[in-house]
Design a protein around this ligand. Structure first.
Ligand code: MG
Length: 275
């Protein structure tokens, strides 16, 4: 299982894309507007079975999210915006149900910028939401994984301890810590490792100096500042079982798929896995 997987998106990628990329593992993103019908679940379930691809995580994204820069992320992403909290909570529970119909044992999302002040009303509200999502996911035997990057490792650890749910875990994305300027990813991985249930293999460069609120730039795997070889070596050293899911966010579909294929090949080299 210590081998490449891919992060794909329903309504953007085809269900056979992981097979086309030569991998046996995937994470499936569910866009906010997707109808989570039994028909959709059946189609995904059947194709995944036919292609022998195992989905390890279903990711929830939400209508209205915008990753343009840090202030926009703070305003629009995850559980933080008060106006969409109720609808996004309901959506997350529906994604958990959808994942259960696919037989997937983990769900994940960006919950957004949680305030560090534990008495802040947004902190209290989001902590409650995360507890309810965890409790719902637990009924399906699922973990609920928080995507890293929008806060430093110790802030995330403190929040998770405060939520106090045994199935609350982490999807570790090394590039996000760089893109948001929150910390050196390998050091963060060592801190968070006991809670990491899944990883993104994504790359990127630090934000430009002197541009307040700027995000760094996502790059093809191996071309950014993460140090993918060291990331993979550290995962192995820490006993992370895999898979190593290539995530690429390039807008151009051909560039994205080409870079995902190259990322898979790079990880095959680094892990010594063969097709
Ligand atoms: Mg990610």
């Amino acid at each position: 299982m210590f081998e490449p997987g891919v992060m794909i998106w329903a309504e953007r990628d085809e269900a056979q894309t992981p097979m086309d990329l030569g991998v046996k593992y995937a994470q499936l993103g569910v866009p906010g507007g997707m109808q989570l019908t039994e028909t959709a679940a059946k189609e995904w379930r059947e194709t995944l079975q036919e292609t022998s691809v195992t989905v390890v995580t279903v990711f929830a994204a939400y209508d209205g999210e915008d990753y343009a820069d840090i202030p926009t992320v703070q305003r629009t992403v995850g559980f933080i915006p008060p106006a969409t909290r109720a609808s996004r909570e309901a959506r997350t529970l529906a994604v958990s149900d959808f994942a259960a119909r696919l037989g997937v044992k983990s769900i994940a999302c960006h919950i957004g910028f949680v305030p560090e002040d534990a008495t802040h009303p947004d902190y209290v509200a989001v902590r409650g939401m995360v507890r309810r999502v965890c409790d719902h996911a637990a009924k399906h035997g699922q973990t609920f994984a928080l995507e890293t990057g929008q806060e430093a490792a110790e802030v995330l650890l403190h929040f998770i301890a405060d939520v106090a749910r045994p199935n609350l875990r982490i999807n570790f994305d090394p590039a996000n810590l760089i893109l948001y300027g929150t910390g050196e990813p390998i050091a963060a991985l060592r801190q968070l490792a006991p809670l990491v249930v899944s990883v993104h293999c994504k790359d990127g460069d630090w934000p430009a100096a002197g541009v307040p609120g700027a995000l760094g730039r996502e790059r093809a795997l191996g071309e950014g500042s993460v140090g993918i070889r060291r990331f993979v070596e550290t995962l192995r050293e820490l006993g992370f079982p895999g898979p190593l899911n290539v995530e690429r966010e390039a807008e151009d579909p051909q560039e994205r798929l080409r870079d995902m294929a190259r990322g898979v090949e790079l990880l095959r080299t680094l892990t010594g896995s063969v097709t």
